[in-house]
Write a protein that binds this ligand. Sequence first.
Ligand code: NDP
Length: 395
Amino acid sequence: MSNILIVGAGGVGRVVVHKCAQNSDVFKKITLASRTLFKCKLYQKEVKERYDTDIDIARVDADDIDELTKLIKKTKADLVLNIALPYQDLSIMQACLECGVNYLDTANYEHPDTAKFEYEQQWAFDERYKKKEILALLGSGFDPGVTNVFCAYAQKHFFDEIHTIDILDCNDGDHGYAFATNFNPEINLREVSSNGRYWQEGKWIETKPMEIKTVWDYPQIGKRDSYLLYHEEIESLVKHIKGIKRIRFFMTFSQSYLTHMKCLENVGMLGIKEVEHNGCKIVPIQFLKTLLPDPSTLGERTKGKTNIGIVAEGIKDGKKKKIYIYNVCDHQDSYKETLSQAVSYTTGVPAMIGAKLISEGVWFKKGVYNMEQFDPDPFMDELNRQGLPWFIKEL
Ligand code: NDP
């Protein structure tokens, strides 16, 4: 039995609320809070109509630690799910620490003024969380999240040593717009337009954006151009997967997406620093977000599938071995179930599963942990039960 506070009523927040309401035997009390109340009210109505579940809603600015601390105390939550933006990670972790409640998120900390995400400042909470006897579970989305669990599962059941991992993320959905992003545009475009980076033989190797391309044949989708990006799970996996020599992350992009992005970049629309406009100060990428379709409204019109997985290569009983673990998710199926497209669905379902395992005491350790530091088996079972079944292929 658990009393949870979900912070952030965006595209992913909607799926989290639906999935938690579906599991109301575990989540006895649910509060959804966001910077504005509009979507909280909408999602509150949806879960009442669909599952006859009552949830509380509240307005909160999660950048304000005092305001959030008061809300946590008022709701008496024992777990806070941070489904807001990476900018809020540190303030929400601090509020959880002050209240002595567990914390979970789906994306690692990023400062608004620097397009660089890293775990350092979140890992720095470890000692204080241990002393307070609470848990922070970092990155319980799909990637990071399920991809980390797939790696831990491969390590536990298939290998004595894993030498290389490629994480392969394909969104083959079509929303019919010339250009839109499937999760928060600001976070998405900052990530995609940054330099690539991968880890090899103990060193980080930096690449230019989209410099390295491979073509991967994604089951149920087909061959797609996939570009090397830096992605946050690499930072924790290099620490926790034994014997690892190389980890890379690839994501698919259509030529049209890349052309739009390059053009926006060339005219300065991806800029993250303030500029003066007609006497006002604006941040170009934030203005662009205002113009682009809200990802939480793409569900109904997005058709096609996502396929995200890992290919691991290494040694078992002295022999070489290579396996592929992946999930395929259909945008329209996700919409029917939760009124959201598959990118929000594949992030929100694992967030709920992480919260469920913490609430049931199946995953609990004092301190700050990444997903691969827990036993992957219960999480893999829940993926099959909660709408994200996975497949394993020997390659
Ligand atoms: P959205 O922009 O749709 O939603 C974010 C929500 O956070 C908004 O509704 C906003 O509230 C709320 N919010 C922002 N700032 C604050 C604040 N200061 N206080 C309270 N609430 C705030 O983003 P998504 O739903 O697409 O993404 C949510 C998170 O999921 C992001 O961190 C993203 O990086 C992560 N993600 C992780 C993935 C994974 O696989 N691990 C994949 C995709 C996304 P309001 O609307 O009320 O202003």
